[in-house]
Design a protein around this ligand. Structure first.
Ligand SMILES: [Zn+2]
Length: 265
């Protein structure tokens, strides 16, 4: 089988993140076993009660080696572009493969499987690890289960294998990735009739903080190493009562101007 054959098989599984990926994991594990890998499964149940699974495969022993990582889930395909074939009916047209996940990232997984198949087991001089995780598109949940619980993952870390993540990068080598830091800031105001001038507008109180956040964003975009420093400076200068809390996207909510000052933003 070549890379296209492997990819076609993978794309035919409708493994969008909200449904179970167990079937595609069974398929991946079978394929790895055919290629003489030992395999490990790391199963879990997601927050919606859906069974999810990760596969870690290893072929060969010894120090070093190569560790390849892919995810088996894909983003939804509710508004598919073509009436001629569905998102999970892999179709080649004009030399390109169409189907959800062909690029991100079942194509890449298909390529590493074909590469592993092309190297005879006896000629392999260092271990090769192949991992397929769940729920990458919705928070890397499968990868964190693997990092926490997988024996083979622990081995590849201890043996100092080189890691490759097969995400699409237009064939450029990308050696670093932006991270994220989520928190919730609350600005508290005080409601009062505007005639008294005793009100505190929570939206206005939030503005210096937002300006700092904009500066942090700008610094982070320009120079990664200064991000932490700028972030801490911004947190230290939040006016009023603000509390970092849970992960979330930046959303500011607050009432408009009226005779009463906005209380919370
Ligand atoms: Zn991806």
């Amino acid at each position: 089988m070549n890379a296209l054959d492997y990819t076609r098989d993978l794309v035919s599984f409708g493994s969008i993140s909200s449904v179970s990926n167990v079937e595609i994991c069974d398929h991946l594990e079978r394929t790895l076993k055919q290629l003489e890998f030992e395999t490990e499964r790391i199963d879990y149940v997601d927050a919606a009660g859906v069974k999810k699974s990760n596969v870690v495969g290893k072929r060969g022993n010894g120090p070093g080696g190569l560790a390849y990582f892919a995810h088996t889930d894909v983003v939804p395909a509710d508004n598919w572009f073509s009436a001629q074939h569905g998102p999970f009916q892999p179709t080649v047209k004009d030399g390109r493969l169409y189907g959800r996940g062909s690029c991100d990232m079942k194509g890449s997984l298909g390529c590493i499987l074909a590469a592993a198949a092309s190297v005879p087991r006896q000629r392999q001089r260092a271990p090769l690890y192949i991992t397929g995780t769940a729920d990458e598109e919705v928070g890397y949940l499968g990868a964190s289960e693997v990092a926490r619980r997988s024996v083979l993952f622990r081995q590849l870390v201890e043996e100092d294998a080189c890691g490759i993540v097969g995400e699409p990068t237009e064939l450029e080598v990308v050696y670093a990735h932006k991270g994220t830091w989520g928190f919730r800031a609350v600005s508290r105001g005080r409601a009062a009739h505007s005639s008294t001038r005793e009100g505190i507008n929570a939206n206005l109180a939030m503005i210096p903080f937002l300006a700092e956040m904009k500066a942090v964003h700008g610094v982070g975009e320009m120079k990664l190493t200064r991000y932490g420093e700028a972030f801490l400076r911004a947190i230290a200068t939040v006016p009023g009562d603000s509390s970092p809390a849970k992960r979330g996207r930046g959303t500011a909510e607050g009432g408009g101007g009226g005779s009463a000052a906005d209380e919370n933003a």
